[in-house]
Design a protein around this ligand. Structure first.
Ligand SMILES: *[C@@H]1O[C@H](CO)[C@@H](O)[C@H](O)[C@H]1NC(C)=O
Length: 363
């Protein structure tokens, strides 16, 4: 009899503790998640086959560049990057680096405008215009609502500026991913009216932005939807949006038009797809746990060391990829920009910019 009561008491206690823990977890959790169900699996075959080509990069500015996320090039051939310690730095043709402008914060994407100004995306601030003389905040809000997570920017030849706002809710990627509600937007800044408008919203972490060479469409990447969209800004399809590429083997970050003017380089940031991770993405309770204790994410292989960039044709067909499958030399590669005979690789892990020569990637 005693034994039965004891077991019963223990069971009640255990269940009680679990319920209390669960309620506390929900109360502590910063997110209110939706399930993220990824339909297709992908294989590392054909264009996605492992090759470790990125292990052959030359390291530019090693030790001087704090996680250079994106790159840009000006009409003189100077290579610009924004570092996470608040600098815009640039590399001269003789290979020397210059600490060009301190903008503060943690700048991300940048581009050089036709007027020679550097446009820089600043999380928590908006869009900056930087030149030798001054730093100017071009856009910080839309109808009074702040732009929370400016991430990547391109400029069209008419001066219109297209940029992404990754999430109107979160300043941290992993929280946006775990919540899996699409808070990302594609924005347009008009240099004449000086107004910013929303072209697209409801994007799953809006990230890389590229403009076609005819400037008739924009490609915008959605990191945790593992796809990029094509949004028409000219012609018959003006205003419509279609899928450009989906089921990418990693979350797309920056996208840049390739030197041929037709294909695109997409950097897939870290490893955020795997069987384990995709299992976690499905279940709210697991997502609450990882959102509350983010250190556990590393433990299940989130952002594991590895790097991958994919070259995609104008119809969204994957052509080839370059990777460092165990992150020996490069990991968390966030951008790939082809200039002349080189591919420049930005990374949120490195203290250098990677540079790969054409003989390694043009086959
Ligand atoms: C490289 O070029 C820059 C700009 O022209 C110049 O300021 C710098 O002194 C040069 N550095 C070297 C090592 O030649």
């Amino acid at each position: 009899m005693d034994l039965v009561i004891n077991r019963f008491t223990v069971a009640i206690l255990v269940v009680g503790c679990l319920v209390a823990w669960f309620l506390q977890l929900i109360a502590l959790s910063p997110i209110s998640p939706n399930p993220l169900i990824l339909k297709h699996s992908y294989t590392r075959e054909g264009p996605y086959a492992k090759n470790n080509v990125l292990q052959a990069v030359e390291k530019l500015g090693e030790g001087m560049l704090d996680r250079p996320e994106d790159t840009a090039v000006d009409s003189q051939g100077l290579i610009y990057t924004a570092t996470r310690d608040g600098w815009i730095k640039r590399m001269h043709s003789n290979g020397s680096w210059e600490d060009w402008k301190m903008v503060g914060g943690a700048p991300l994407g940048l581009t050089v405008s036709t007027s020679g100004d550097v446009l820089v995306c600043m999380p928590n601030q908006g869009l900056l215009k930087v030149n030798d003389d001054r730093i100017f905040l071009l856009a910080s809000e839309i109808d009074g609502v702040p732009i929370r997570f400016a991430n990547t920017v391109v400029e069209a030849s008419d001066g219109s500026v297209y940029f992404s706002d990754s999430s109107t809710k979160y300043g941290k990627f992993f929280l946006d991913l775990l919540e899996a509600k699409p808070y990302g937007r594609l924005l347009k800044y008009d240099p004449i009216t000086k107004k910013t408008t929303v072209l697209l919203d409801g994007l799953g972490f809006a990230n890389g932005v590229a403009l076609s060479s005819k400037e008739d469409y924009i490609i915008i990447c959605e990191t945790w939807k593992f796809r990029c969209l094509k949004h028409w800004i000219k012609g018959e399809k003006l205003g419509s949006t279609e899928i450009f590429i989906e089921n990418l083997p990693g979350g797309p970050d920056n996208i840049n038009i390739a030197a041929d003017g037709r294909s695109y380089w997409i950097a897939l940031v870290g490893r955020i797809r795997s069987r384990t991770l995709e299992f976690v993405y499905r279940y709210g309770i697991l997502k609450h746990i990882f959102a509350t204790y983010p250190n556990l994410l590393e433990w299940i292989g989130f952002q594991k060391r590895q790097a991958m960039v994919v070259k995609v044709g104008e119809h969204g067909q994957p052509i080839t990829s370059l990777d460092d499958s165990n992150g020996k030399v490069m990991s968390l590669v966030t951008s790939a920009m082809e200039v002349g005979d080189y591919l420049y690789l930005g990374s949120l892990h490195a203290n250098f910019l990677g540079r790969l020569s054409a003989d390694k990637f043009r086959v």
